[in-house]
Write a protein that binds this ligand. Structure first.
Ligand code: C2E
Ligand code: MG
Ligand code: MG
Length: 567
């Protein structure tokens, strides 16, 4: 019988022949060798090793039943324990009728009786079985990820469910594999190389899963999953992944990290299990000395804490738990430092947890979009505060608010800002908008477009945390902005070396050329202040003058400024 002539499928398939007697092996081999690649194994143990190593390449197993070490029945049983190996057809080789029945019952597809007297019949039966099983599996081409050949996410999860049904009481491990900074890697080394890394990860994970009673699949772009019916610490997997990638790409420094969730009961859903594995893996992102992280109690508590914050945010805003603090900004180039503005910074006094600093929730809310709720509240609150101060004091003090990347994606953003200022009775010139440099890392054109729209409406744009992203200096030429906020790490480093001071000097020169003012953040000492003044920095903000304070306290700075102005 002829094999299929599909150009993709028409390759020489592989048969595994397992028999402890050499004559038998060779005899079968000679019948099949024109049509198949042959792999031999002398006993069940060897056969199982080959099957778990080469699961995807073996089309059929011809299996003797009576063998030393591990017999054929046990091999069949092992193969049946895993959905992937169970899909490989097995033809048993035996001379005893009773065993034929038993092996068919266990899951063998067919049998061939010994001694082998009719070669053409044997060949035909093998061909027929291979074709039959492949037809049954045609679906499998859509189940496989095109790039790596392992399961797509959708089918991976489907098979996980199947495994769960087969093994309802087994403790399992959910594993996540992720390439650190994949986007950066792609940019630095190109797509081909990056895809090469993905293929190595997929293959290594696939082989590992095969050896540990499990399956592997591809998640998002550079994320892979494995689900194992066995538990372990998986340091071997992590070491192997990093070793293989390092061998293939010796001049790079790529970090592959593994996150593990030990699923001890089925109360935790499959989806959550992998989510937790991901959370564990994320804790070692960028930490080249750590390759594996297991989801533990500490992480569990951190996750619960985050869930609580997400749950509480709406009520928190509605019941006044969120308030806005203001940090003064000082212009430093005159004969005395002059109060010239403020930054609005949000504070959360949580009803159960007490005061929470923004690092506990800003990035969390940025991930799920809730930041928009916080920001709109802060913008509105700030606009109303500006109005009160304008009515009370004769000072021109623009206040800046922070906007997140998420906000910039909102097409209504500039309308929202206009409405807020209008409702409060202030003009767009009174409100500045801070956008952090890293917001431009992705979708730069879209971000620029959004920022331009706000700026055209009269809101000044401040670039926050400049120097913390990895954008080059020339980004300043393409982004519309009015004020550059030098990240506080510069102020810190400025003192430690002359080079760092020069760096600040260069940025200041560049900004001057572009007609952009510079505000140095995190100024804590008089020495820092003097240095910045000498270098020509326009403004500073930092604990040297004041930490962020509630409005009533901020008013003291305004009153002081009015006094000094009139002196
Ligand atoms: P940022 O916008 O760069 O704000 C400056 C941060 O530096 C503030 O931290 C401020 O308290 C702190 N800081 C100011 N001067 C000094 C100093 O001299 N030394 C030190 N060590 N720190 C100083 P905060 O208030 O904890 O805010 C952290 C970040 O959270 C902010 O960084 C901003 O990115 C974000 N954030 C705060 N409020 C909001 C908000 O309403 N909306 C959004 N989207 N983000 C906000
Ligand atoms: Mg800011
Ligand atoms: Mg900043």
């Amino acid at each position: 019988m002829e094999m299929r002539h599909d150009p993709i499928l028409n390759y020489k398939r592989t048969v595994l022949i397992v028999d402890d007697e050499e004559v038998n092996r060779l005899l079968l081999g000679s019948i099949l060798e024109d049509d198949y690649n042959i792999i031999y194994a002398e006993n069940g143990r060897e056969a199982w090793d080959v099957i778990s190593e080469k699961t995807s390449t073996i089309s059929i197993v011809l299996l003797d039943l009576l063998m030393p070490e591990m017999n054929g029945f046990e091999v069949i049983k092992m193969m049946q324990r895993n959905v992937i190996t169970a899909a490989i057809p097995v033809i048993v080789l035996t001379s005893e009728k009773a065993m034929e029945v038993e092996s068919l019952r266990l899951g063998a597809a067919d049998f061939i009786s010994k001694p082998y007297d009719m070669p053409e019949i044997i060949l035909a039966r093998v061909n027929r079985m291979v074709q039959f099983f492949e037809d049954k599996q045609v679906i499998s081409s859509v189940e496989r990820d095109e790039l790596t050949g392992i399961y797509t996410k959708r089918f991976f999860f489907k098979y996980c469910e199947k495994l769960d049904k087969f093994h309802p009481d087994v403790k399992t491990d959910a594993i996540m594999v992720d390439v650190d900074h994949y986007g950066l890697l792609k940019e630095l080394y190109g797509n081909d190389m990056a895809e090469g890394v993905l293929r190595i990860c997929a293959k290594t994970l696939y082989l590992y899963a095969g050896k540990h009673e499990g399956i592997a699949g591809r998640g998002e772009e550079d994320t892979f999953y494995a689900y194992l019916m066995a538990t372990g610490d998986h340091t071997e997997l992590a070491a192997e992944l990093n070793k293989r990638v390092a061998e293939e790409f010796p001049d790079t420094n790529i970090h592959i990290r593994v996150g593990v969730f030990k699923r001890e009961s089925r109360d935790v859903s499959l989806l959550n299990s992998f989510h937790y594995a991901q959370i564990a893996g994320d804790t070692i992102s960028g930490d080249y000395s750590a390759l594996v992280a297991v989801y533990d109690n500490e992480l569990r508590n951190a996750t619960l804490f985050k869930d609580r914050l997400i749950h509480d945010i709406k009520a928190g805003i509605e019941t006044g738990q969120f308030v806005v603090y203001y940090q003064p900004k000082y212009a430093i180039q005159g004969d005395r430092p002059r109060l010239c503005g403020a930054e609005a910074l949000v504070r959360w006094f949580h009803k159960d947890f007490g005061f929470l600093t923004p690092d506990k929730y800003i990035s969390l809310f940025e991930q799920n979009g809730l930041i928009q709720l916080v920001d709109r509240f802060v913008w509105k609150e700030t606009a109303e505060q500006i109005k009160k101060w304008k009515d009370r004091y004769d000072l021109d003090l623009p206040v800046s608010v922070n906007a997140s990347r998420m906000d910039l994606f909102d097409p209504k953003l500039s309308d929202v800002l206009l409405e807020i200022t209008k409702a409060a009775g202030i003009s767009p010139q009174d409100l500045h908008v801070e956008v952090t440099e890293s917001a431009y890392a992705k979708d730069q054109d879209r971000m620029i477009e959004a920022v331009k729209k706000i700026r055209d409406n009269g809101f000044a744009i401040e670039m926050d945390d400049f120097g913390t992203g990895y954008s080059a200096l020339n980004i300043l030429c393409s982004i519309p902005l009015d004020v550059l906020k030098l990240d506080m790490s510069f102020v810190r480093q400025m003192e430690s070396s002359h080079e760092n001071e020069m760096m600040v000097d260069i940025i200041l020169d560049m900004a001057k050329m572009l007609g952009v003012e510079v505000n140095a953040e995190g100024v804590e000492t008089g020495v820092q202040l003097d240095k910045l003044k000498k270098l020509g920095c326009d403004m500073v903000q930092g604990f040297y003058f004041s930490k962020p304070v509630p409005p009533a306290e901020f008013e003291k700075f305004m009153e002081k400024e009015i006094r000094e102005k009139s002196e």
